[in-house]
Design a protein around this ligand. Structure first.
Ligand code: AMP
Length: 349
């Protein structure tokens, strides 16, 4: 009989990740059916009621009103989510369970054995109702949730910081839709969250939106055409996210959108360059919003930046060079990036 496996799930607002410990002790992220380590936390239903998940659900999000995004923002509340094609209401736990169930399923296929236990992470600021609802979501998905742990604690574990003594660390987490700063005190193998701050409505999606707005204006300037249809917006979003990701590596990227709309004299296409400098200029107000929560967390923890032993960056948006520079400037520490920022929480779990 195969040895029992307990999976570690980072159930994120925009993306989720599942990992497990191999027989040799190494932690491995389990790829989704598209071969990717992170899976969009998106569930959608086609007009015929068929459920779609992850990447496929994200790709049609703009055009399908029966798409549920960012359900984590509602977990623990009594809000209901109406799915028109099924003429049915769902609780946030039930929708979250569909994400977990999809992940459990691909993990089982990947590992070739059934899985019944999981550790799931939650933000440090989650209250009891939100933690309980996360646990219930796991149970609906057929998982016994053996532990709910705090995301920054999981990240610190992924960095092996449980071996440190009497250290204060800052975990900076900028994901797709949310921003969290936590300050932890590490004792003898224990972690205490001594302060949390953040912005529940700030993340990589906002950076993408600035590029989308810029693209709309560029096309209007070139072709005198305002594109507002959903198909075009979906393509703008995809192109914007790709350009943003390119600009984490490159100083300039080309955005090309063939046949993006219909002009007076036929179909129009767009091709243009976006430089990192222009991108920084378009998004500087977003970067500025990262500063205040860092100051607040330090002041709530009653410490100075110089009291921090380490600064850890997690969340995919910390790959943006401007974000890394800002954190370095504000904390005076070279942020630790040795564990993949989108995988650290799941690996720790
Ligand atoms: P997470 O929720 O932690 O998976 O973070 C997702 C966010 O990270 C999305 O907004 C992604 O577009 C963004 N992201 C992922 N990789 C990069 C990258 N290389 N540069 C900039 N943003 C990225």
């Amino acid at each position: 009989m195969a040895k029992e496996i307990i999976i570690g799930i980072d159930l994120g607002t925009t993306n989720s990740v599942v990992s497990y410990r191999q027989a040799d002790g190494q932690i491995k992220v389990i790829p989704n059916p598209e071969g990717k380590p992170t899976t969009p936390s998106v569930v959608a239903f086609k007009p015929d009621g068929e459920q779609i998940n992850g990447e496929a659900a994200k790709r049609q999000a703009v055009t399908n009103p029966d798409t549920v995004l960012s359900i984590k923002r509602k977990i623990g509340s009594s809000e209901k989510i109406r799915i028109q094609s099924l003429k049915k209401d769902f609780t946030p736990e039930e929708i979250s369970a569909k994400i977990l169930s999809y992940m459990k399923d691909y993990a089982e296929k990947n590992l070739g054995q059934s899985i019944s236990k999981a550790v799931i992470t939650v933000p440090a600021y989650f209250n009891d109702a939100q933690r309980q609802a996360t646990k219930v979501a796991g149970e609906i998905a057929g998982l016994e949730v053996v532990r709910i742990i705090n995301e920054p604690t999981a990240a610190a574990l992924a960095y092996g910081l449980d071996k440190e003594h009497n250290e204060k660390i800052l975990v900076f987490d900028l994901g797709g839709g949310t921003f969290d700063v936590s300050i932890l005190e590490i004792g003898d193998g224990t972690f205490e969250v001594i302060a949390t701050a953040g912005d529940n409505h700030l993340g990589g999606d906002d950076w993408d939106n600035e590029i989308v707005e810029w693209l709309k204006k560029e096309i209007e300037r070139e072709h005198g055409l305002k594109l507002t249809d959903k198909m075009a917006i979906q393509r703008f979003r995809e192109a914007a996210e790709k350009a943003k990701i390119d600009l984490s590596q490159l100083l300039e990227t080309t955005i090309s959108l063939p046949f993006i709309g219909m002009g007076a004299s036929g179909p129009i296409s767009y091709e243009g360059k976006l430089t990192r400098a222009k991108f920084l200029d378009l998004t500087k107000h977003l970067l500025a919003r990262v500063e205040e929560p860092i100051r607040r967390a330090l002041s709530d923890a009653k410490i100075k930046a110089s009291d921090l032993e380490q600064v850890i960056l997690i969340g995919g948006s910390t790959r943006m060079p401007a974000v890394q520079e800002l954190v370095k400037k504000m904390t005076g520490k070279n942020p630790n990036l040795s564990v993949n920022p989108d995988e650290a929480v799941s690996i720790g779990a």
